[in-house]
Design a protein around this ligand. Structure first.
Ligand code: ADP
Ligand code: MG
Length: 729
C-alpha cells in the first residue's frame, strides 16, 4: 500500500475516541442556556419590551425603535454576562450555508477608553457590505448595499463569544436576497389561506402555523483520509473510486450499534445543540457505511429551519474536535446510498389542532380530509415546481438512484386514506344528497381515526408520503436549505386552499349548504388529482411507465427542471401570494442556474487535475514497471516460452495504455467543451451546455480511472480507496 495512504490509515487507527465533557446536569437543566428565550426575556426586559417582542412573534406586529432599544440593552446585558464580546446579524444567503460578520460591542468612551454598547438600531438593521453574495443580477455592484433586518420570531443566541441575531437579508431596493424572507412570506400565505378554510369548521381558529421536523442524513469520514482526497476537500464528493467489494450489501449498518468515535461526536453535537435550544431527539446509523442521521422534535418551520442550518454548522465544527469531517453532499460515494433531508411538514391551528391528524368526529375529520385533499391537488398541480425546488447539481446524483425518491412526484396516502377518498368520490353525487346518503358518508368519515392509528404501512419509496399526522417530503437534499422546498410547498398549498375556498363560496352563493358544497368541491379535487396518488413501489420500472401513462412528468436535469419557476401560472401564483415579485423570482432562478454551472465547472476542473497529476503518472509508472519486466523476460526465456508467459502481461500493458490515452483524450475534450460553454452569455443556455456537454465527461473519465484502480499496484495508488474511506473508523 502506498506509504502515505498507510500513514493516513495508521493515523486513523491510532485515534482514541475523544473524551467529551460529560454534562453533570440533566439536559432539561441546561437546554436553551445560550438562547435569549422567553425565560431570559422576562428576566432582562421590561414588561412592555417583553410584550412588544411577544406581540411581534405571535401577531407579526412591528417593534418600534424605543422598544428595540430596550430589547437591545437586555440582550447585551445577558450576552455579556454569558461571555459574549461580539454581535452579528446571521442570515441565509442563496449559497449553501449561513453568513455572519462579527462586530465587537466596544465603542469609544471617554479619555481613550472603550465601553460596551449595543442599540436598537444595531439590533434592528445592519448593512453588511454584501456585494459578493449571489443575487442573480438584482443587486448590481453600484447599488451593492443590501441590509439585514432582525427576525424577532427566531430568538437570538450565543455562538462561542458572539451574540447571534437571526435576520432576513434584502437589497436596498427591497428585494429578498435570502431564503428566510420568502420563507416567512410563504408561511404567512398558508396561515391566511388555511385560517380562512378552517373557518368553515371552527370559528375559533385565528391562525395556522407551519411545522417542520427535519431528518438530517450525513457521512462521517476521518480527517486524515479526507485530506488525502482532493476531490472530497474541494467538491464534497468523490469524483472517482472503485466500489468496495463489500459496502452495504449485507444491510449491516442501518440501525446497528453506533461506533464509539461517532457516538462521542454525536453526544458532543447534542450537548451543543441543547444549549442552543435545538431539540435533537434521534440519532442512528443509516444504510451506507459511515452514514448517520440526526433528527429533532419538530418545531415552527422558520425556527426549525434556522435550527437545521445552525445544526449543520455545529456538526462541522464539532467534527473537527473528533478528527472527522462531515459530508452533507447528497452523493459522496458512487454505488451506495446518498443522503437526504426528509421534511416532515404539517399545519396546526392556534386551537392546537393538527390539520393533518384525523379528528374525533365527522366534522373534524372532514376538516382533516379537506386539508389532505387540497394538499394532494397542490402537489399534483405543482409537481414540476416542487421538483425544481429540490433538484440541484448534487441532488441529481441521488434522486432516482434506486435508493432515494424518484424524480417523478407522487403522493403516498396509505390504504386507509386512499379508501376514504375513493368512498367520498363514489358517495358524493352532483345533485342534492339525500339525508341518508349524507349520514352514511359522515358516518364513514367519522370512522377514520381508529383505522389510521392502526395502520403502519409506510412506503419508503415515495417522494411525498402521508405518515399519519403529517406529510413527509423526502426528496429534499441533505445539503439543501429546507426553505427552498418549504417556500414552494407552502405557496402551492396556500394557492390551492384559496381556490378551494373560492369554489366552496361560489356554491354557497348558489344556496348549496356548506357541508354539501365542501363535499362537492372535494370530490372534484379527488377526481382531478387522482394521477398523483401512488401507493406502490416508486423505484420500479413499471412506475416509470405507469406514471408516463398518467401524464406525470419525469424531468431529470436541473436546467430543464428550473424552467418551472418561470412558468406563467406559477409566476403569477408567487406574485399574488406576495412571496416573490417578478424581479425576485428572475434573480433567484438566475442564481440557481449559476450555482449549477459553478458546481459542474469546479468538479470538472478538479477531475481534470487529479486525472493528470495523480492518476496518469501513477498508471504510467506501473506500466513502465511491467514493460521492464517484459523486457527482462525476453532476455531470459526462449521465444516460445516468452510467448506463453508474457502474453497476459503485455495485454495488461496495452490495457493500461488504452485507459491512459482515453483519460488524456477525454480530459482534453472536456476542457474544450468547458471553453465553449464559458463564452455563452445566457445563463440558461450555459447551464444546458454544461449539463449536456461537460457533465457526461465526469462519468466517462471516472470510468477509466476506476478501471485503472483495479489494475494498478495498490502500493502505488495515490488516493484512499472506498474500502478505506468507508470502513476505517
Ligand atoms: P421516521 O419518519 O424516520 O419514522 P420520526 O417518526 O422520528 O421518524 O419523525 C421524524 C420527524 O417527524 C421528527 O422530527 C418528528 O418530530 C417529526 N414529526 C412528528 N410529527 C410531526 C408533525 N405532526 N408535523 C411535523 N413533523 C412531525
Ligand atoms: Mg421519516
Amino acid at each position: 500500500m502506498a506509504q502515505f495512504r498507510l500513514n493516513a490509515l495508521t493515523e486513523v487507527l491510532n485515534r482514541k475516541p475523544n473524551e467529551i465533557a460529560r454534562e453533570e446536569n440533566l439536559v432539561s437543566d441546561y437546554y436553551g442556556m445560550l438562547v435569549f428565550n422567553q425565560v431570559k426575556m422576562k428576566k432582562y426586559l421590561s414588561k412592555e419590551a417583553f410584550k412588544a417582542v411577544m406581540d411581534a412573534i405571535e401577531n407579526g406586529t412591528t417593534i418600534n425603535r424605543k422598544m428595540a432599544d430596550q430589547v437591545a440593552q437586555g440582550m447585551k446585558t445577558w450576552a455579556i454576562e454569558n461571555g459574549a464580546t461580539h454581535y452579528t446579524h446571521w442570515f441565509h444567503p442563496l449559497t449553501d450555508g449561513t453568513a455572519e460578520k462579527h462586530d465587537a460591542f466596544i465603542v469609544h468612551g471617554a479619555e481613550g477608553s472603550v465601553i460596551e454598547s449595543f442599540s436598537g438600531n444595531l439590533l434592528a438593521q445592519q448593512e453588511p457590505d454584501a456585494s459578493s453574495f449571489p443575487s442573480g443580477g438584482i443587486r448590481q455592484t453600484f447599488e451593492a448595499r443590501g441590509y439585514t433586518a432582525w427576525d424577532p420570531t427566531s430568538p437570538a443566541f450565543i455562538s462561542e463569544t458572539t451574540l447571534t441575531i437571526p435576520t432576513i437579508f434584502i437589497s436596498y431596493t427591497g428585494e429578498a436576497l435570502d431564503y428566510k424572507t420568502p420563507l416567512l412570506r410563504a408561511i404567512n400565505a398558508v396561515d391566511k389561506a388555511a385560517t380562512a378554510v378552517c373557518q368553515y369548521f371552527d370559528k375559533n381558529v385565528t391562525s395556522v402555523r407551519t411545522n417542520l421536523g427535519w431528518e438530517q442524513e450525513y457521512f462521517l469520514i476521518d480527517e486524515a483520509l479526507f485530506m488525502a482526497r482532493p476531490d472530497l476537500v474541494l467538491t464534497g464528493r468523490t469524483l472517482m473510486g472503485h466500489a468496495s467489494s463489500k459496502d452495504q450489501q449485507l444491510d449491516d449498518h442501518y440501525f446497528s450499534s453506533i461506533p464509539t468515535r461517532a457516538n462521542r461526536f454525536m453526544q458532543d453535537v447534542e450537548n451543543e445543540a441543547y444549549k442552543l435550544g435545538i431539540p435533537v431527539k434521534t440519532r442512528h446509523n443509516e444504510v451506507a457505511p459511515n452514514q448517520f442521521e440526526f433528527a429533532p422534535i419538530y418545531e415552527e418551520a422558520n425556527l426549525a429551519n434556522d435550527h437545521n442550518q445552525l445544526m449543520m454548522d455545529i456538526m462541522q465544527k464539532i467534527a473537527r474536535r473528533h478528527h472527522f469531517r462531515v459530508l452533507f453532499h447528497e452523493k459522496p460515494f458512487k454505488g451506495i446510498n446518498g443522503s437526504g433531508k426528509h421534511n416532515n411538514w404539517s399545519l396546526t391551528t392556534n386551537t392546537d389542532v393538527n390539520l393533518y391528524s384525523p379528528g374525533k368526529n365527522p366534522k373534524s375529520n372532514l376538516q382533516f380530509l379537506t386539508f389532505v385533499i387540497n394538499t394532494l391537488k397542490a402537489v399534483y398541480d405543482g409537481q414540476d415546481l416542487l421538483r425544481a425546488s429540490i433538484l440541484t447539481a448534487s441532488n441529481t446524483h441521488r434522486l432516482g438512484a434506486n435508493e432515494a425518491p424518484p424524480s417523478i412526484l407522487s403522493v403516498f396516502l396509505g390504504t386507509e386514506v386512499s379508501n376514504m377518498l375513493d368512498l367520498m368520490e363514489e358517495a358524493v353525487v352532483d345533485r342534492k344528497m339525500t339525508p341518508d346518503e349524507k349520514t352514511a358518508l359522515k358516518l364513514n368519515i367519522g370512522r377514520i381515526p381508529e383505522i389510521i392509528l392502526d395502520s403502519t404501512d409506510r412506503n419508503r419509496t415515495s417522494p411525498f408520503a402521508f405518515t399519519g399526522n403529517r406529510f413527509e417530503f423526502r426528496a429534499v437534499g441533505s445539503s439543501a436549505n429546507n426553505a427552498s422546498a418549504l417556500i414552494v410547498l407552502n405557496a402551492l398549498v396556500a394557492n390551492q386552499l384559496l381556490k378551494f375556498q373560492a369554489a366552496v363560496d361560489a356554491l354557497i352563493e348558489k344556496n348549496v349548504k356548506k357541508d354539501e358544497a365542501i363535499f362537492q368541491v372535494l370530490k372534484d379535487l379527488i377526481v382531478q388529482s387522482k394521477p398523483i396518488r401512488f401507493n406502490g413501489d416508486g423505484y420500479s420500472e413499471e412506475w416509470v411507465k405507469e406514471s408516463a401513462r398518467r401524464g406525470l412528468t419525469n424531468i431529470k436535469t436541473v436546467p430543464e427542471s428550473l424552467e418551472a419557476y418561470q412558468r406563467p401560472g406559477f409566476k403569477e401564483m408567487f406574485e399574488k401570494l406576495e412571496i416573490f415579485s417578478e424581479k425576485e423570482l428572475r434573480g433567484r432562478v438566475e442564481v440557481e442556474y449559476e450555482k449549477f454551472v459553478r458546481k459542474i465547472q469546479i468538479e470538472s476542473r478538479v477531475l481534470a487535475d487529479i486525472a493528470i497529476n495523480h492518476i496518469v503518472p501513477t498508471a504510467i509508472a506501473y506500466q513502465t514497471l511491467l514493460l521492464e519486466n517484459v523486457k527482462y523476460m525476453k532476455d531470459v526465456f526462449s521465444p516460445e516460452e516468452f510467448k506463453k508467459l508474457a502474453g497476459a502481461r503485455i495485454e495488461l500493458i496495452r490495457n493500461i495504455g488504452s485507459h491512459v490515452s482515453a483519460i488524456k483524450a477525454k480530459r482534453e475534450e472536456m476542457i474544450e467543451e468547458r471553453r465553449k460553454a464559458n463564452v455563452i452569455e445566457n445563463m440558461v443556455s450555459k447551464a444546458k451546455a454544461y449539463d449536456k456537454s461537460v457533465k457526461p465527461y465526469l462519468e466517462e473519465i471516472r470510468d477509466h480511472i476506476d478501471k485503472l484502480e483495479l489494475i494498478v499496484d495498490d502500493e502505488k495508488w495515490p488516493l484512499p480507496k472506498y474500502r478505506e474511506l468507508l470502513f476505517t473508523r
